[in-house]
Design a protein around this ligand. Structure first.
Ligand SMILES: [Zn+2]
Ligand SMILES: [Zn+2]
Length: 384
């Protein structure tokens, strides 16, 4: 089959990316986005299923007679962040923007679908998975719970994320844990509020809350092995106190990261012990809610080597490297890896604003690299 004109493909992908960027949609609200994706996939000649796990889309492309199947995945959702960029294609939806580059990821996977549909070069089935609600950590589960693996079976899965600070055209990944679990917690302290002039007459909660915020910092420094990675961050402290009045309620909210389920369990256990003990010392009560939002992302060692080989076939040899250390960011892609082996990789976004920043924008110069990596790994895993 004829080789697609790379310049034309890049122009198409840039136009798709700008269209998606101008119309960002929050998790599970990606109606316009998924309709756009489905229409493009049909144009390229793929079989398309919509509404998988809410607003998810699955495209299927089969060539030859091979019965192996692999999956390539992109995320489609945006964030509730007010964009500060002034480009012509800036968000037209107030307070919502593509601040994580999922517009770029979607466009890259569409580019890969067009490449593979036009040029072939593989034997078997490629599933193109466009998932909703990555930022919530709910979209992959929604697709899995909707029978993704039974209805559209595949044996392995690959995904990517752009990385600000890494030069465009550069590629990184590593074997084993590469992104962390994210747990959320909420500790509600309940006492008796009252007049600011008469603290002894009640059991106010603010001093207890402050002591607890400091005490929680000892979980990582004094309870985890120095060989383990963990983060405990208190992000909010809210009370019902006001001028002249001491609070009877204090809510402490936060976020914990880890790379092993045992570490996550230990953080929760120590948090409960410290919260209950601190509350008792201050004569107030503590209610603790601890939830697991994202699981650790663990790359398969063999497929990491395959991803490196695929990357070297489409990128400069010296631009393909091992990620020096795991990141404490989290990724919903990890849910797929609980069922099938796979590999998640990072592609350079150049000198852009950081992810989730109101000035962030995906770098269009990287679009073709992503599409070509996706196509290369599919061809490598399904040799024709
Ligand atoms: Zn994000
Ligand atoms: Zn993201």
């Amino acid at each position: 089959m004829a080789e697609l004109d790379q310049e034309n493909l890049h122009r198409d992908m840039t136009a798709w990316r700008h269209e998606l960027h101008a119309h960002p949609e929050f998790g599970f609200e990606e109606k316009r986005t998924s309709a756009f994706v489905a229409q493009k996939l049909r144009e390229f000649g793929l079989e398309v299923a919509e509404g998988v796990g809410g607003t998810g889309v699955v495209g299927t492309l089969t060539r030859g007679s091979g019965n192996r199947a692999i999956a390539l995945r992109a995320d489609m959702d945006a964030l509730r962040i007010a964009e500060q960029g002034t480009m012509t294609y800036r968000s037209q939806t107030l307070g919502t923007m593509h601040a994580c580059g999922h517009d770029g990821h979607t466009s890259m996977l569409l580019g890969a679908a067009k490449l593979l549909a036009g040029e072939g070069g593989f034997d078997g089935t490629v599933r193109f998975i466009f998932q909703p609600a990555e930022e919530w950590g709910r979209g992959a589960l929604a697709m899995l719970n909707d029978g993704l693996l039974e209805r559209f079976p595949f044996e392995e899965i690959f995904g990517l994320h752009n990385m600000p600070g890494l030069p465009v055209g550069h590629f990184e990944t590593r074997a084993g844990p590469i992104m962390s679990a994210e747990d959320n917690f909420e500790i509600m302290l309940k006492g008796v509020g009252g007049h600011a002039a008469r603290p002894h007459a009640g059991n106010e909660t603010l001093v207890a809350a402050c002591a607890l915020v400091i005490a929680l910092q000892t979980i990582v420094s004094r309870r985890l092995s120095p060989a383990d990675i963990g983060v405990v961050s208190v992000t909010e402290l809210i009370t019902d106190g006001t001028r002249n009045a001491l609070p009877g309620l204090a809510r402490i909210l936060g976020d914990a990261r880890s790379f092993r389920p045992e570490v996550s369990a230990e953080i929760e256990k120590q948090m409960r012990r410290i919260a209950e003990g601190t509350a008792q010392a201050h004569n107030v009560s503590a209610e603790i809610t601890y939830t697991r939002e994202f699981v650790p992302l663990v790359n398969d060692a063999t497929l990491v080597e395959e991803a490196f080989a695929a990357a070297r076939s489409v990128l400069a040899d010296n631009a393909v490297g091992v990620a020096a250390e795991p990141t404490t960011g989290s990724e919903d892609f990890a849910r797929f890896l609980e069922h099938v082996p796979g590999c998640f990789v990072f592609l350079g976004n150049g000198d852009s604003a950081p992810l989730h920043n109101p000035s962030y924008d995906f770098n269009d110069e990287g679009l073709l690299h992503g599409a070509r990596f996706h196509a290369a790994i599919a061809r490598r895993r399904l040799p024709g």
